[in-house]
Design a protein around this ligand. Structure first.
Ligand code: UDP
Ligand code: MG
Length: 314
């Protein structure tokens, strides 16, 4: 019998978990041809999420959990879930029921047909602000323009991954993680299904605009070094302009015998070039920071408990 892991990263989701379990367990019970593992990754929640998960596990042995030593973020929670998953395929889902579990049978059917990565694409996004929709649309555009790898639009982390995709993702141990681009990068046989994204069932979203901007910058710098090329592109017209201006001054001085107003030109030039330099240093700093983080070779996450057993970090 094939085993399916349903992976749910959870951070402060005590209110949503009972609803989630109710709907997911119904689906699991209906699909009798498969074994299931409902794997929660408790991402250092500050509420009673872990107690909630433990009590679910008491009544249902299909439930298992990884408990982090602190909050590491959803990206890290997902790779931890992939590390601990036992299934022949893994379905990643949010805890807040924004990803409807009712799509699971359809995903599994496509997986059985031979697709390796069945991802759910949002037709609509109820309960999200105009600004969030707009920024996310622009973000996809920028990301796609920077890379040859095809990025799936309006797609979150809600997807089914075959074991070989999971194993491929497990080999990618970088610290600055951007799953969206990693899912694209691994390739394999992809298939989209469409769905309406529901508003979250209970609790509050953990995102704010600072987190979103950070994620966007991480996403771009983790994925491509093409921003570094901005300096190359900028330097060409800059030098050209400088050269033309230089010739112009020389010719003017020689032919008209006038003194140039040097201080104005100098001030403008200083302002112009220091502006450019600041931007470029910023971009380089982004990558330098990234190299710094990767070169530490730290583990991606630390686990407190796995299914009730203390993790000793041996
Ligand atoms: N999440 C997590 N760690 C975090 C933040 C969020 O594991 O630091 C989980 C959260 O519990 C949920 C999923 O990631 O299952 C998506 O989070 P949320 O619903 O807050 O994001 P949104 O749907 O608003 O993008
Ligand atoms: Mg959500």
């Amino acid at each position: 019998m094939k085993k399916i892991t349903i992976l749910v990263p959870a951070y402060n989701e005590e209110e949503a978990l009972p609803f989630l379990y109710e709907r997911v367990s119904k689906i699991m019970n209906e699909m009798k041809d498969y074994e299931f593992e409902l794997l929660f990754v408790n991402d250092g929640s500050k509420d009673n999420t872990i107690e909630e998960i433990k009590s679910l596990r008491k009544n249902d042995e299909r439930v298992s959990y990884v408990d982090f030593s602190r909050n590491f973020g959803k990206e890290t929670a997902m790779i931890a879930g992939l590390d601990y998953s036992k299934g022949d395929c893994v379905i990643i889902m949010d805890a807040d029921l924004q990803d409807p579990p009712e799509l699971i049978p359809q995903m599994v059917k496509l997986w059985e047909q031979g697709y390796d990565d069945v991802y759910a694409k949002r037709k609509s996004r109820a309960g999200e602000t105009w600004l969030k929709k707009f920024t996310s649309k622009m973000y996809y555009k920028v990301l796609q323009s920077l890379t040859r790898v095809e990025i799936q639009k309006d797609t979150g982390d809600f997807r089914l991954l075959d074991r070989r995709c999971v194993n491929a993702l497990k080999k990618m141990r970088e610290t600055g993680r951007c799953s969206k681009s990693m899912f694209s990068w691994i390739g394999y046989n992809k298939k989209e299904i469409l769905y309406d994204r529901d508003p979250r069932i209970a609790g509050k979203t953990k995102w704010n605009y600072k987190k979103l901007i950070d994620l966007a910058i991480d996403g771009i710098t983790a994925f491509t070094t093409s921003p570094l090329r901005i300096s190359t592109y900028l330097s060409i017209p800059t030098f050209l302009a400088l050269f033309i201006y230089f010739i112009y001054i020389i010719v003017k001085c020689c032919t008209q015998h006038v003194a140039i107003e040097a201080f104005q030109a100098v001030i403008l030039l200083i302002l112009f070039f220091s502006g450019i330099q600041i931007i470029l240093i910023g971009i380089m700093g982004e990558y330098l920071g990234r190299i710094f983080n990767e070169s530490k070779h730290r583990p991606l996450y630390l686990v407190n408990e796995y299914n009730g057993e203390k993790e000793m970090n041996k």
